[in-house]
Write a protein that binds this ligand. Structure first.
Ligand code: SAM
Length: 269
């Protein structure tokens, strides 16, 4: 009976998640129709400009210092070897990975060079561009664990090679970290991450659930959280309500919005 009830709750929550995501997509599709882009651009998104004084987060010197260092590092990082992996498989030029500011890949690499972390976690493996960008700037002893719901070798246009996963520096785990049970199986790893890059579905459901689980986790190390697309309509609420020390780094990251936040050791649990 207990087993049946748990199964039902889980099934109901998945249906609810899908329904909310569909509602979210529809709402923003309508808004986009009503607000056509007034200029020509390869990629355009609409957003809102929001006051900062009444937002959920607050500024932090530690993040400002970290960002200044990471920006200095990013200026000298060259990701051309990764653009060779892209080999014309995207609708945009291979050189895009080296565009900075505007894209976030060099900033992610700059953060790795500045933090010199032992453990990096990424959520949203996708084509592997962000993982490959970070990996090249991590010390040989560091490990990068990337999560997705789709195994990397089945992902369209993936840029990984099987040898990227040899030697133990890079590992992929498949699963949904907004699911409480799966999250619990990965709690130890997540508590050790010094850098956590969140680049998952941005569907209005995953991020609030995952962040709530993450914030309740007792951490072994301070975690620098990097959120992609914080200025996209779907992510405005998540970023605005994130009650943590934080910094909007969009001018030195991804044009769709890059946010940094700090999860201190003592803040979880
Ligand atoms: C924007 S893509 C990631 C791009 C990637 N970081 C890169 O640079 O190539 C978003 C990814 O989130 C994954 N995703 C969707 N739902 C997820 C979930 N619940 N948990 C983890 N990943 C998820 C998608 O399969 C997709 O690969």
């Amino acid at each position: 009976m207990m087993f049946f009830a748990q199964g039902w709750i889980q099934c109901e929550s998945t249906v609810c998640q899908q329904w909310l995501a569909a509602k979210h997509r529809l709402r923003w599709a309508v808004i986009r129709r009503l607000l056509p882009c007034p200029v020509l651009a390869r990629h355009a998104e609409c957003s809102f400009l929001l006051s900062e004084d009444d937002s959920g987060g607050w500024p932090c010197n530690q993040l400002i210092d970290l960002s200044v260092h990471a920006i200095q590092e990013a200026r000298h990082i060259d990701l051309t070897p990764i653009s060779a992996r892209m080999a014309g498989r995207f609708s945009y030029p291979d050189s895009l990975i080296n565009v900075w500011p505007g894209e976030h890949y060099r900033l992610l690499a700059g953060l790795c060079r500045t933090l010199v972390p032992d453990v990096v976690v990424e959520i949203g493996t996708g084509e592997g561009l962000s993982a490959l960008s970070m990996l090249a700037s991590l010390p040989p002893s560091a490990k990068l664990v990337t999560f997705d719901v789709i195994p990397w070798h089945r992902y369209p246009r993936v840029c990984f090679l099987p040898e990227d996963f040899q030697g133990g520096r890079l590992k992929q785990i498949t699963g949904d970290l907004s699911n409480e049970k799966f999250f619990a199986t990965q709690a130890e790893l997540l508590s050790q991450a010094e850098l956590l890059f969140l680049d998952a579905p941005k569907d209005g459901c995953f991020e609030p659930r995952f962040l709530s689980l993450l914030r309740n986790l007792k951490r072994e190390r301070t975690t620098v959280l990097v959120l992609d697309d914080i200025r996209q309509l779907n992510m405005l609420k998540v970023w605005r309500e994130l009650a943590l020390p934080r910094l909007d780094m969009t001018s030195f990251g991804h044009f769709t919005g890059t946010g940094l936040a700090l999860l201190a050791v003592e803040s979880g649990g």
